[in-house]
Write a protein that binds this ligand. Sequence first.
Ligand SMILES: *Cc1c(COP(=O)(O)O)cnc(C)c1O
Length: 499
Amino acid sequence: MPKYEDSKEFNPLDPEEFREKAHKVVDFIADYYKNIENYPVLSQVQPGYLKNRLPNEPPDTQESFDTILRDVHDLIIPGITHWLSPNFFAFFPATVSTAAFVGEMLCTCFNVVGFNWLSSPAATELEMVVMDWLATMLCLPESFMFSGSGGGVLQSTTSESILCTLVSARDRSVDEIGKLVVYGSDQTHSMFKKVCKLAGIHPQNIRSLPTTIDDDFSLSPRLLRKVIEADVAQGLVPLYLCVTMGTTSTTAIDPIKHLADVAIDYGIWVHVDAAYAGSACICPEYRHFLDGIELVDSLSLSPHKWLLAYLDCCCLWVKNRDLIRNALSTNPEYLRNKISESDSVVSYKDWQLGTGRRFKSLRLWLILRSYGVTNIQNHIRTDIQMAVAFERLVQSDSRFEIMVPRQFSLVCFRLKPFDGFDSAELLNKALLERVNSTGQVYMTHTVVGGLYILRFAVGATLTKECHVVAAWEFITKTTDALIKECGRSSTKSDCLSNT
Ligand SMILES: *Cc1c(COP(=O)(O)O)cnc(C)c1O
């Protein structure tokens, strides 16, 4: 152990100390992944659990690494909801891989702050190459690539991707900012409203168009045209449309081509948010969901959701890189250097919010090279097959029903209301609470079109078909117990209230 008491000996980056501690952490992580099923998937702690178990002040002097690591195990892990557990079926999974992890280690290792080309030529150039590779995998038109008029950039989140493109669109008509109108559906992710606020769009000019179960909760091009026409008639200026390919609640698919056809008539910037489902389009059999993409202005997709990438990683492609650069470029003296942006390289600081940026493309590069496109396509297909298996299990039990057609690896279902228990919402809430409270399985719910729906999202990296089958057995067992109790209790509120 190095001694830090003598300040001369304080060395925050001693290579041998690094080797020793990092090896210990690697062992810790490998053991965690191996034993992850032993932990309750949903953390069972109460709010404030940690504060009382930690001192009020940081230590004055060094603590041993083994003590710290033991506290991670004893204090931190109980407060972890294990997103990587094979029994995690909540939200959308956050997928991971060895390749991305070691890519992240290399990214952290170099710690370059790649705002422009010279600040680390490899960081800019690898990102350009990898974004073009992914564009090719998705069969995007050349206009989204660096060989065309556009290109791709790695952001952290969909929110930032939308903010950057919304501001690019807005700056073409910023003089009319009070009149600018943006469009999405009532199924557009909640971040859209926040981003519009950040971009200075008047809250009254954010249209959230209603969807219905008859259209599988997708945005109707006819309705869009009607609403735009009414806005134009009032002297408002249509600006931006957020189309969602795979909504968060139910993976509804807005029809890109038909919506873009409407938007083009009014010069509206069209963005496609394909955060989760876009990854499926690397498989030829799902690529048709992006039909019409040549008509839109920008597309974002988050490999931290389904392409094994670890958080956080969101790919954004734009069709006209001049527009994003015009809107977001800065040129302070202290960042100037003799090599400026040229046709062959870009200054990525002009494609994002911040100046500093990490060398995140290493993660994607490692994934693509370590597995190859075929294995990554098969990873998508395997997840979807497991969801199909779960869907069949649901269909095989007449007490349940599938609520919206399954498109990818999310199954939306519910326990049907039955005699005496006609509130599907109370019934399914009670079932969900019972299932999640055990820590054996974690799934979530949504409400769409007034319907309370259970969401079973397959795809955590460690999940195998046996986990899906076991989860279904557990859900049916819990249902049996719930129904039995309901039969016994005098009032239905007894058995449906919180367990
Ligand atoms: C998960 C998800 C998001 C998340 O947005 P962030 O800004 O990355 O947190 C956005 N849109 C859709 C459709 C999603 O499923």
